[in-house]
Design a protein around this ligand. Structure first.
Ligand code: FAD
Ligand code: SF4
Length: 480
């Protein structure tokens, strides 16, 4: 396997310390024809060298900038001395899914954004190092050392967790560690939520998700898959089954649509459907597996988030030419910086300040082209992003046999439609009390995308962890 990006520097003194040790990656030419992971990970030597760059600040801003407060200087110090087991046990005190977070957290706007080294050079590669120590430990067959949430022997009561995405898994791990008997109810046949059905193999290998989620289930957490709460059972049924509290971590799996003419044609997919077909139903192996996926030569992906990048890079790997159409500017792209860079390297084309307004058909019910309009940037809104307006008369056509819509998701209504006591805000967001994660229904708590709309893995985990503590307080008070 040819590797690009390995640091060629001979010394790491003085100015060189301002630059991070680059992570080896599969070359773009190679990776567009496979679904293997793009980033190949540090060697032990690279990891020690990169971790040694940490300045060991007395009041580390990076810890505050991590939504679960990982002791970053602590784990970097252990990594720099080659004590990878010790490093992982420090991370595990706050983060139960480090191999996943090291791969998918948007570190450039979290922990790494405030690293002192970033002022004059490049911040410490915290994400790459978190991934390294978790991978090293897994590859060396060690047990899950130092899990802060290790199982308590006495059981305080029964708690139901609905959904097995990062919010549900983290809540379950923490509740189990606090001494509760926890059962997870998951609609799909496999745990992980977006980590399983959304994020592709080339960013997050399924084996890594399986390993880290298994380590939680092995703490004594029961999981009932293929169980849709709101259909198979209701929230009230869970209380009738003897659960004393219910945690909702059901995410935001309902895709939004463009609402433009032609959206019902064959060849228009939501990113959710497209990625689920590829990830969970292995459509990329057709005809060896019986899930077909017709894309054609030209694919247009609409949107600028991680979901759009994942859809575009998946379509490239399936052999199509891909154009991303995004209504705002490059600077506004919400996707992780690395994913945008990798998409560009792989040949994805970007059309910024452009939005689709109609889809034409080939006369047989299939997509043949998408009509777009150029957008003009207006004033900044409330110090945030610039407003955008269509430019009259700027319409143009892009040839496309398929269109993948990746413009956002909101919570599926099934839970609140069958649990009328739950207060729900705009776009199906379940309302919770700040800090306690209590919903308007007694004994029901919620966190993750279902209370925020599409956010990040680590924010969902942070919410799951805090909600678990709130459930513990609630049950201790109730049962005392
Ligand atoms: P989810 O991960 O959505 O999990 C919810 C789970 O609940 C699912 O398993 C679902 O099947 C189950 N469920 C739903 N309803 C029911 C029900 N009624 N009964 C039983 N089970 C139910 N974030 C990042 O930080 N970095 C990234 O690189 C990144 N990339 C992304 C790529 C894609 C394609 C997408 C879609 C999102 C991405 N995100 C990323 C966002 C991130 O994945 C989410 O913010 C995160 O997964 C939210 O976690 P959650 O546990 O709240 O919900
Ligand atoms: Fe950074 Fe995410 Fe790790 Fe926290 S969990 S230290 S934000 S990579």
């Amino acid at each position: 396997m040819s590797i690009v990006g390995v640091d060629q520097r001979e010394t790491r003194s003085g100015k060189a310390r301002l630059q991070r040790v680059p992570i080896p990656v599969q070359s773009p030419e190679q990776r567009v024809s496979n679904f293997l992971e793009v980033n190949l990970g540090y060697s032990s030597q690279m990891a020690c060298e990169e971790a040694a760059r940490c300045l060991q600040c007395r009041q580390p801003a990076c810890v505050k900038a991590c939504p679960v407060g990982v002791n970053i200087p602590g784990f970097l110090k252990a990594t720099a001395t080659g004590d990878f087991t010790g490093a992982l046990s420090i991370i595990h005190q706050d983060n139960t899914l480090p191999a996943i977070c090291g791969r998918v957290c948007p570190q450039e706007v979290q922990c790494e954004s405030v690293c002192m080294l970033g002022r004059k050079g490049e911040p410490v590669a915290i994400g790459h190092l978190e991934r390294f120590v978790a991978d090293w430990e897994r590859e060396h067959h060690s047990s899950q050392v130092g899990q802060s949430t290790s199982r308590s022997t006495s059981r305080k009561g029964k708690v139901a967790v609905v959904g097995s995405g990062p919010a549900g898994l983290t809540a379950a791990a923490n509740l189990s560690g606090l001494g509760y008997e926890v059962s997870i109810f998951e609609a799909l046949h496999t745990p992980g939520g977006v980590l399983a059905y959304g994020i592709p193999e080339f960013r997050l290998p399924k084996a890594i998700l399986a390993y880290e989620s298994r380590s939680i289930l092995e703490m004594g957490v029961e999981i009932r898959t293929n169980t849709l709460i709101g259909r198979t059972l209701t929230v009230n049924d869970l209380f009738r089954e003897g659960f004393q509290a219910v945690f909702l971590g059901t995410g935001a799996g309902l895709p939004q649509f463009l609402n433009i003419p032609g959206e019902d044609l064959n060849g228009v997919y939501t990113a959710n459907e497209f990625l689920t077909r590829v990830n969970l139903m292995k459509a990329y192996l057709y005809p060896e597996v019986d899930t077909p996926l017709y894309l054609g030569e030209h694919v247009v992906v609409v949107g600028g988030g991680n979901t759009a990048m994942d859809a575009a890079r998946t379509a490239i790997r399936l052999g199509s030419k891909v154009t991303i159409v995004y209504r705002r500017s490059r600077e506004d792209l919400p996707a992780r910086r690395e994913e945008v860079l990798h998409a560009q390297e792989e040949g994805v084309e970007f059309q910024f300040l452009s939005a689709p307004v109609g889809i034409s058909d080939d006369g047989q019910g299939w997509v043949s082209a998408v009509q777009c309009m150029k957008m003009a940037q207006g004033e900044k809104r409330d110090g945030g992003r610039n407003s955008v307006q269509p430019i009259p008369g700027s319409e143009y056509w892009l040839t496309a046999e398929s269109i993948i819509v990746a413009i956002g998701q909101e919570p599926n209504p099934i839970i609140f439609q069958t649990t009328p006591e739950l207060a729900v805000g705009p776009h199906g967001i379940i309302g919770v009390e700040t800090g306690t994660f209590k919903t308007s229904k007694e004994g029901v708590f919620a966190a993750g995308d279902v209370i925020s709309g599409g956010a990040t893995v680590i924010e969902a985990m942070g919410g799951g962890k805090k909600a678990a503590r709130a459930i513990d307080h609630y049950l201790q008070r109730k049962n005392s």
